[in-house]
Design a protein. Structure first.
Length: 219
């Protein structure tokens, strides 16, 4: 079994991370602003399928290795926290890139093409790769009588693409609906990117300061 508290805690952390504008959000907004909501929503669906690939890879590969080695866990945790902070700094430095999505003009794409493009973005999103590698092992219970660590990571991790599907769809629908509002003031998108960068830096600091449960004895 997976505890309800683990599911709720992971869901809250996932919702916070998903809400921060990053590669997937920028891609979704760009699609909505250039080819409309329909293609953007297909791209969102493909994006979440890409996330499922990341979750499975962590559960059966990197995640299992980290679970068995405290040293590797610490290395990955601090490296991941530093990378999240780096992404936050980059988001602040390059916050104008979100506004640049307004200037993009691409040929309308088919649903299959939109899903394929979204899948590639989701499967290669560095922000979520770092998050899954660090967070999923933390939300497993190693006590006797529980499911295997891999099974728990798959169950807990499945919440992420579900939440992402909802929130990213909101981004797609909102961007497609208020396209003209964005176009009149690209600075609004830049402000979103800057605020998201600050939150991402804070998340990286929080991860670095959090100890591993099975190392501290706390549960």
């Amino acid at each position: 079994m997976v505890s309800a508290s683990h599911l709720l805690q992971f869901a809250g952390l996932a919702a916070l991370l998903i809400a921060i504008p990053g590669p997937s959000v920028l891609f979704t907004i760009g699609r909505a602003l250039t080819v409309g909501r329909r293609s953007a929503l297909f791209s969102v669906a493909g994006n979440e399928l890409g996330l499922c690939v990341q979750i499975a890879a962590v559960a059966f590969g990197v995640g299992a290795l980290i679970e068995r080695s405290a040293e590797i866990f610490m290395i990955v945790k601090y490296a991941g926290a530093a990378y999240l902070a780096f992404l936050g700094v980059q988001a602040i430095r390059h916050r104008q890139s979100m506004a640049e999505a307004l200037a993009a003009r691409i040929v309308p794409v088919s649903p299959l093409r939109a899903m394929r493009d979204g899948f590639i973005v989701g499967a290669t999103n560095p922000k979520t790769i770092v998050f899954f590698v660090i967070a999923l092992p933390e939300f497993t219970d190693r006590a006797a009588g529980h499911l295997s660590g891999q099974a728990q990571m798959l169950i807990v991790g499945a919440l992420f693409p579900v939440i992402a599907l909802v929130l990213d769809s909101v981004w797609a629908a909102a961007a497609g609906t208020v396209r003209q509002w964005f176009a009149r003031s690209p600075r609004r998108l830049a402000l979103i990117g800057g605020a998201g960068g600050l939150v991402m830096i804070g998340l990286g600091v929080s991860i670095a300061a959090t100890g591993r449960k099975d190392l501290s004895g706390a549960r």
